[in-house]
Write a protein that binds this ligand. Structure first.
Ligand SMILES: NC(=O)c1ccc[n+]([C@@H]2O[C@H](COP(=O)([O-])OP(=O)(O)OC[C@H]3O[C@@H](n4cnc5c(N)ncnc54)[C@H](OP(=O)(O)O)[C@@H]3O)[C@@H](O)[C@H]2O)c1
Length: 292
C-alpha cells in the first residue's frame, strides 16, 4: 500500500494522478486528507481516503497502518516555520508506530552556505525534518525539489503585459525552476521503482534561468519590450507599499528575491531528467504556455 499525504493539495493530487498513470491499482493507494469532502473524486476512483492532520500524531496512526511506502508532502503552514518541522516530526512518529517501511519526503533544493541565505529558516526546517527522518530508522528517500516554475508568476505578478516591466529584487540570480507536475511525476517514479532507499536526490532543471531571460522570453511572446528591474530592498519595499501590496507579500517577495539573488536555488542537475526519461519543461516552454 502506498499512502500520499496532502492529496487534496496541488502536488499530492498530481502525485496520485501519476501513480495511477504508472499502473498502480487504486485499491493499492491511500491518501491522508484533512477534509474527506475534498477527496470525493479520489474515492470514486477506488482510492482509500483517510482523514488525519499533521498537528495530531494520533489522528494519523490508523491511517498509516498497513502502509508500505508513504509520500510525505511537506507542510505549507505559514504561521510559523517551526510548525512545519513539528508537523513532519508528527507524521514520522506516527509512521514509525504504524510500522511504515519507507518514507519519501518532499524537501527543497539546497546548496552549501544555505545557513546564511535569506531563506535560512525555511531551509533549516527541511534540514531538521530530514535529520529526524534519517534518525527514525525508517527507510527514507529525500526529494530536494527545485523551486516551482509556477512561483515565477507569483513573483512577476499579472500586470507585466500592461506595465512592460518585471519588478523583482532577484538581481542577476538564476534558479533551476521546475514545474510542480514534473516533480510529482518524479515522486511517483520513486514510489514505483526500486533502488531509492536511503538516498537524497536534487530534483532540479538542467539549466538555471534568471529574470533577464524571463523578461526576454515574455517580450518575444508579447511582441513588446519587457524590462527587468531589480531595485534594492528599501526601494522595492517603498514601491510595493505605495502600490498597496500587503506587508506579508512584500516580505515574502523580498525574502525569495534576495535568496534568488544569492544563487541559493541555482543548482543544475540531471536526476529529474533521468527519472522522467525526458528533459524537464524549460522556463521558456513554461512561459510560452502561460502567455500564449
Ligand atoms: N518547491 C517549491 O517551490 C515549493 C513552493 C511552494 C510550496 N512548496 C512545498 O511543497 C508542498 C507541496 O506543494 P503544493 O503546491 O502541493 O502546496 P499546497 O497545494 O498548498 O498543498 C499542501 C498540502 O498540505 C496539506 N496540509 C497542510 N497542512 C496540513 C496539516 N496540518 N495536516 C494535513 N495536511 C496538511 C494541505 O491540506 P489541505 O488540502 O487540507 O489544505 C495540502 O493538501 C507545500 O506544502 C510546501 O511545503 C514547495
Amino acid at each position: 500500500m502506498i499512502l500520499v499525504t496532502g492529496a487534496t493539495g496541488q502536488f499530492g493530487s498530481k502525485a496520485v494522478e501519476h501513480l495511477l498513470k504508472k499502473g498502480v491499482n487504486p485499491t493499492e493507494i491511500s491518501v491522508l486528507v484533512r477534509d474527506s469532502d475534498k477527496a470525493i473524486s479520489l474515492k470514486e476512483k477506488g482510492i482509500h481516503i483517510k482523514e488525519g492532520d499533521y498537528t495530531n500524531q494520533g489522528s494519523m496512526l490508523e491511517a498509516f497502518r498497513g502502509v508500505d511506502k508513504l509520500l510525505l508532502v511537506s507542510s505549507n503552514n505559514r504561521e510559523d516555520i517551526e510548525n512545519r518541522t513539528l508537523h513532519h516530526v508528527n507524521v514520522i512518529k506516527a509512521a514509525k508506530e504504524a510500522k511504515v517501511d519507507h518514507i519519501v519526503y518532499t524537501s527543497f533544493v539546497r546548496k552549501a552556505g544555505y545557513e546564511n541565505s535569506a531563506i535560512a529558516d525555511f531551509q533549516n526546517s527541511h534540514v531538521e525534518s530530514e535529520n529526524y527522518l534519517k534518525e527514525s530508522g525508517i527507510e527514507y528517500t529525500i526529494l530536494q525539489n527545485g523551486i516551482y516554475a509556477e512561483m515565477i508568476l507569483a513573483f512577476i505578478g499579472d500586470k507585466v503585459a500592461e506595465t512592460e516591466n518585471i519588478l523583482f529584487p532577484g538581481g542577476e540570480g538564476k534558479a533551476s525552476w521546475v514545474i510542480r507536475e514534473e516533480l510529482a511525476e518524479a515522486a511517483a517514479h520513486v514510489l514505483t521503482t526500486e533502488d531509492h532507499k536511503n538516498k537524497t536526490y536534487s530534483l532540479t532543471n538542467t539549466e538555471s534561468i534568471g529574470f533577464n531571460v524571463i523578461a526576454q522570453d515574455i517580450s518575444e511572446l508579447l511582441n513588446k519590450k519587457v524590462k527587468y528591474t531589480s531595485p534594492d530592498a528599501n526601494a522595492f519595499k517603498a514601491i510595493m507599499e505605495k502600490a498597496g501590496v500587503p506587508d506579508m507579500y512584500i516580505s515574502m517577495f523580498m525574502m525569495w528575491g534576495t535568496a534568488i539573488a544569492q544563487q541559493t536555488m541555482d543548482k543544475e542537475d540531471d536526476t529529474l531528467s533521468n527519472f522522467l526519461n525526458r528533459k524537464p519543461t524549460s522556463v521558456s516552454q513554461f512561459i510560452a504556455k502561460v502567455y500564449s
